[in-house]
Design a binder for this molecule. Structure first.
Ligand code: 2M8
Length: 418
């Protein structure tokens, strides 16, 4: 094993708690939803038992209605805001946040199943994954095709410039009378230039306090929450998740269920092509259901449509042009956003993220764009080898940013180098 691979295994071992892996010891001391999915992808090779356990623990946090929360607070920890009391949500089993994250756990489950060939694991997970994806369709879709989220944190790309017009559309005081809070994320190191602004945080916190005041009641939030967004990234992963669930059912011999989820994938794909495609930008964009408008920015979120095989061949030709002309002109692929608000060092406003590169490279290979996928993977490996397992990277200098010894960076390095 190379030194970097050994170090990756060590990062994951150190960040592992009882049955799950925290994203980072300095910034995120609990279990996070899509982080655990990426961790399971990497662990599938290095420690298959831990990979299976990671996903089981995440599914143990599922709400009775089928929502899998963004955060599960399995054990007390210091140094994160907002913690369990702030959210005041969860199940008899565990306190959680009141929102979800992209359903990456389904593609991860398929990956772990196909790596291990463990039929019992597949059969145990199938009904749980089904319940989760059914929740998206039943609770989080206006039209039965595309799905929506109700907090920027649910998209995984917290401070993407795409959310600014929605966050500008309400004053935090309109939805909560308590805006007192202290950020923890800038205490451990001087990350003020690399983390979301206070303006963003005021709105994140107001949305949490509104949700808590409404007891996380979906029906009431659908009426009152000012942030109801069909996110391009979540939808791409959702489409892929439906396909992957169908594949898992097919391998278990349940053709009826396999057909059902394939139809859902097709239906959601069609909805995305029709409503979220932006020909001028050459990408998918998110849609604000409250303001009834597309959120037209050139974010890598839209390019990840390829992960769900969403673009038609014509759309793909345009998307590839956009990728080449606007994203691959930086020294390191692939910046998370390009446009007037681009900031090379700030979180989801420009830096390169390894999970995004992993999704994009996987999707590009599905379209036969091997050269582009190789470029993105090659840059990712160069950054990880040179800078270590940082959370994100400056697309021009490659300098590591955010926390160090970050779990999904280590996990995806293991997957790429297997
Ligand atoms: C970041 O988001 C959390 C809230 O979920 C935060 O900033 O406190 C995002 O990068 C998100 O995608 C990620 O899942 C999480 C943990 O790594 O951190």
């Amino acid at each position: 094993m190379t030194d970097r691979r050994e170090e990756a295994v060590d990062v994951l071992r150190q960040n592992r708690h009882e049955g799950y892996t925290i994203p980072s010891a300095t910034l995120y001391p609990y279990q996070w939803n899509w982080d655990s999915a990426f961790v399971a992808v990497g662990l599938a090779h290095a420690d298959p038992a831990a990979a299976k356990r990671e996903l089981r623990t995440l599914l143990d946090a599922m709400w009775p209605n089928g929502m899998v929360p963004q955060i599960a607070f399995w054990a007390d920890a210091e140094g994160y805001f907002p913690g369990p009391e702030e959210w005041d949500a969860g199940t008899d089993e565990v306190q959680t946040s009141g929102i979800t994250q992209p359903p990456m756990l389904v593609p991860a489950a398929r990956h772990v199943y196909e790596t291990t060939g463990d039929d019992a694991f597949r059969d145990e997970l199938l009904p749980l994954l089904d319940r989760h994806l059914s929740w998206w369709v039943d609770e989080r879709s206006f039209d039965g095709d595309t799905v929506y989220v109700r907090h920027p944190w649910a998209t995984g790309m917290d401070d993407s410039p795409a959310w600014v017009p929605v966050l500008e559309s309400f004053a935090p005081e309109e939805i909560t009378d308590d805006l007192d809070y202290v950020r923890e994320d800038r205490k451990s190191a001087d990350l003020s230039e690399q983390r979301p602004t206070d303006w963003d945080y005021d709105r994140y916190v107001a949305l949490v306090r509104q949700g808590k005041a409404l007891d996380w009641d979906e029906a009431r939030l659908r009426e009152e929450c000012p942030f109801l967004v069909e996110d391009a990234l979540t939808n791409a992963i959702f489409v892929r998740a439906c396909d992957d669930l169908a594949a898992l059912y097919a391998s278990a011999g349940d053709q009826r269920k396999a057909d059902e989820w394939r139809r859902q994938a097709e239906h959601s794909r069609a909805g995305m092509r029709e409503r979220l495609w932006d020909e001028e930008l050459g990408t998918f964009v998110s849609y604000d259901r409250v303001g009834d408008r597309p959120l037209r920015v050139n974010s890598v979120a839209g390019l990840i449509g390829v992960f769900g095989e969403v673009p038609t061949n014509e759309q793909f030709a345009r998307l590839r042009e956009n990728l080449r002309e606007n994203f691959l002109t930086y020294d390191y692929a692939c910046p998370s956003y390009v446009g007037p608000e681009m900031d090379y060092d700030r979180y989801w406003r420009g830096p390169v993220w390894t999970n995004v590169n992993w999704l994009l490279a996987d999707g590009l290979r599905r379209y036969g764009a091997v050269d582009l996928a190789d470029r993105i993977e090659g840059d990712s490996l160069e950054l990880l080898e040179r800078e270590g397992f940082r959370e994100y990277f400056n697309p021009e200098t490659g300098a590591g940013r955010g926390s160090d010894r970050f779990s999904w960076s280590a996990a995806l390095y293991l997957d790429w180098t297997t």
